[in-house]
Ligand binder design. Structure first.
Ligand SMILES: [Zn+2]
Length: 173
């Protein structure tokens, strides 16, 4: 294994410190689509998908803004994932991979009956990307791997950044 490859496998020290400080609320981007990602506040069965998406987005943006305004955000503040943001993306994606270049979403479900999807930050939180739906995208395992390891990952990341913003805007029309 080359030194260069080793370096890419070791998270920055601040990420390690954040994980050490984790109180159980931290999640990474590679987490599977879990039952807990479903909207925990969806009490109103009359609420449309669009209204729910708008509500979750507003909550996620308010939380992101509040965290950004903290004078000295703790490491956990910087890396904790907002469940509202994830729930909004899951609602938006309608159980499908959102990559326009998806070569095929697995149709098999998890043992819990959920689609096999991963909610990813297009621009990583660790690099200052906001934890809001327009910076997030639901990906199948293949597309997630291409975005993470593919030789064309930068090109794909740019495409996904545009796609996430478009899907977000369409949902709020
Ligand atoms: Zn895909």
């Amino acid at each position: 294994m080359t030194t260069k490859l080793l370096c890419t496998l070791i998270p920055p020290s601040e990420v390690l410190a954040a994980l050490d400080a984790d109180t159980g609320e931290l999640h990474d981007d590679t987490g599977d689509y879990r039952p807990s990602d479903l909207d925990p506040e969806a009490h109103d069965t009359e609420e449309s998908d669009e209204d729910a998406y708008r509500r979750l987005t507003q909550k996620a943006e308010a939380n992101a803004k509040r965290r950004g305004q903290l004078k000295r955000p703790t490491l956990a503040d910087r890396y904790v994932r907002d469940p509202s943001a994830r729930a909004a993306v899951i609602k938006r994606c309608k159980n499908r991979c959102e990559s326009p270049e998806c070569a095929g979403h697995p149709t098999e479900r998890t043992t819990a009956g959920l689609p096999i999807l991963q909610v990813d930050h297009v621009r990583d939180l660790a690099k200052g990307g906001p934890d809001v739906p327009w910076n997030m995208i639901a990906l199948c395992p293949n597309c997630h791997a291409l975005k993470t390891y593919g030789e064309n990952k930068e090109k794909l990341r740019r495409l996904l950044a545009t796609t996430a913003r478009c899907l977000h805007a369409e949902k709020l029309l």
